[in-house]
Design a protein around this ligand. Structure first.
Ligand SMILES: C[S@@+](CC[C@H](N)C(=O)[O-])C[C@H]1O[C@@H](n2cnc3c(N)ncnc32)[C@H](O)[C@@H]1O
Length: 515
């Protein structure tokens, strides 16, 4: 006799029972019972014959990540089965993500949905060696999954040779597959969407909306919204003592308030010099400073943002010099003397516009847009994520392939000036933790660009990546940026190795996401 299967109970009546995420190994099937969507839970267990039980979707509201994982694989399997045999790949595959290693791996399911062709050996005579239980018996179910009086489902022990034996490793059965494929998953999709929206409401700053008029999918619940970087092992910011802030400035100096009087502002020491404002006397000193690598403190600097006195809608937007150049933006910080209302503080206050995550119509997954019109130079949001070492980034990239590349941003702005090696530079990984800018897609003719923003001129390794509009953008136009951010290049006719076809639709599309 195989070992008796024990169904864990969370106690209480069915109505109040909630399955706990940390107890589940995976979900392996679904069905409709009465009017109820039910999912077959594979419990975590040391045993080779882990307990299984059917649960209504309402009992699974605390494990919707796992339900979503299951649904994602189920949908992909159904799609793949439908396209099986077709020579051409479905355009959908451009955005299909294989499960990748994530910080949530301890929660990740070993989803057992595979195309049905590989399922034909679901009876116990599978060619692989059957697993043995602790008592040396072969671990099999007899193929009978039954409900008890509480609606919990269990596998009945083998009873007689006439009952087909099922290898537990081969569950779900063919019959379960057939049922699962045709059973509705609407209630689960509604709850998953509601949970995602609930989490969006908790994100700091202006509202983030979610819109999908194409299908029932929701972005992954495994993504965690954060409003600052999370520094992982081996990553350090510069000593806070180096973040002195400007000491000679005051809230009421210069033309307006704060640091527009750029000659004095320490924070702007490394900002680009405004050569048009140099006096004849200064030009020689400036050239000398340039040649010797000396400080340019005391020379007039390019101030990053439009200040008062400009058109109202322009105030606070990035000036053309910074928009067009790759110069870093140095903002003032909390230690500065210029005060809270300094015009050189902008990105640090976070997103000031409502954004909308929406499902794109042409197989680019989710995208981001803004509910209101944006002005050229307007700040949108920063890119957040885990900051990891180069070594860790390589490890994650190797595990994740080319798709992973689109979530990794190397903090290499100061590499050349500071002589940083590749190994010394940090990388931001926004795949599993970050903000809504994670959803910004690539375009070869984008309307946004990513800029370096620093609050500590002495920290060359950790700084913000901030998105600004590079032209006026009407409300509801998708926000995009160039993942390569290179000067214009010719489109390559042949696919480079590992290239992903670009679907941006721009007239000057380079055809591939990575080259
Ligand atoms: C940083 S993510 C952007 C958000 C993504 N659309 C999503 O749903 O999570 C980058 C991924 O989006 C897709 N993508 C972005 N821009 C694309 C484009 N122009 N053409 C095709 N796929 C694109 C690719 O799958 C890429 O790996």
């Amino acid at each position: 006799m195989p070992p008796k299967v024990v169904i864990p109970s969370t106690g209480g009546g069915n109505a109040t029972r909630r399955v706990r995420t940390d107890k589940i190994y995976s979900i392996i099937s679904n069905r409709i019972k009465g009017n109820e969507e039910q999912y077959l839970v594979w419990w975590k267990s040391e045993s080779k014959t882990p307990p299984l039980s059917w649960h209504s979707i309402t009992e699974l509201v605390r494990c919707l990540e796992i339900v979503q994982d299951y649904i994602t694989v189920r949908e992909k399997t159904i799609r793949d089965a439908a396209t099986l045999g077709k020579k051409r790949k479905s355009p959908d595959t451009a955005h299909d993500h294989e499960p990748r290693a994530s910080p949530f791996d301890h929660l990740r399911i070993d989803n057992r949905w595979t195309p049905s062709s590989s399922r034909s050996q679901s009876v116990s005579s599978r060619s692989t060696t059957p697993a043995s239980g602790s008592n040396g018996m072969i671990d099999v179910y007899n193929g009978v999954i039954e409900s008890d009086a509480d609606g919990l489902v269990f596998a009945r022990s083998a009873s007689g040779s006439s009952v087909a034996m099922i290898d537990v490793q081969a569950l779900p059965t063919e019959e379960m597959f057939r049922t699962a494929r045709t059973s509705k998953i609407e209630q689960a999709n509604v709850l998953i969407r509601a949970e995602y929206v609930r989490r969006l409401r908790k994100v700091k700053g202006k509202k983030i909306h979610l819109v999908n008029v194409y299908d029932y999918t929701t972005p992954s619940l495994r993504f965690q919204y954060i409003d600052d970087y999370i520094l992982r092992d081996g990553v350090y910011r510069a000593d806070p003592a180096t973040q002195m802030g400007c000491q000679k400035c005051s809230p009421h100096m210069g033309r307006s308030i704060g640091c527009e009087y750029t000659k004095k502002c320490d924070c702007l020491e490394y900002a680009a010099v405004d050569e048009s404002r140099l006096t004849t006397d200064q030009i020689e000193d400036y050239n000398y400073a340039l040649a010797s690598g000396g400080s340019t403190m005391g020379f007039p600097k390019k101030f990053p943002y439009y200040c008062e006195g400009t058109k109202r809608q322009r105030a606070g937007t990035l000036v053309p010099f910074y928009l067009d150049s790759r110069n870093p933006i140095y903002e003032c910080n909390d230690n500065c003397r210029c005060g809270l209302f300094c015009r050189n503080k902008n990105v640090q206050f976070g997103r000031q516009v409502e954004v909308e995550i929406f499902k794109t119509p042409n197989n680019r997954g989710w995208g981001l847009r803004c509910k209101e019109a944006l002005h050229m130079g307007q700040f949108i949001d920063t890119y957040r994520g885990e900051v990891i070492t180069d070594e860790e980034a390589t490890r994650r990239e190797e595990a994740g392939g080319m798709m992973k590349a689109s979530y990794l941003y190397q903090l290499d702005k100061h590499a050349e000036t500071e002589g940083l090696t590749k190994e010394e530079m940090y990388v931001v990984d926004g795949e599993f933790m970050g903000g809504p800018t994670k959803f910004m897609n690539h375009s070869c003719q984008p309307n946004c660009r990513q800029y370096t923003v620093s609050y500590n001129k002495h920290d060359h390794k950790v700084y913000d990546l901030a998105f600004f509009a590079i032209r006026d953008i009407p409300a509801d136009e998708e926000l995009t940026f160039d993942y390569l951010d290179k000067e214009e290049e010719d489109a390559e006719e042949d696919a480079p190795k590992g290239a992903v076809p670009c679907l941006c639709g721009a007239a000057k599309c380079r055809k591939w996401l990575w080259q």
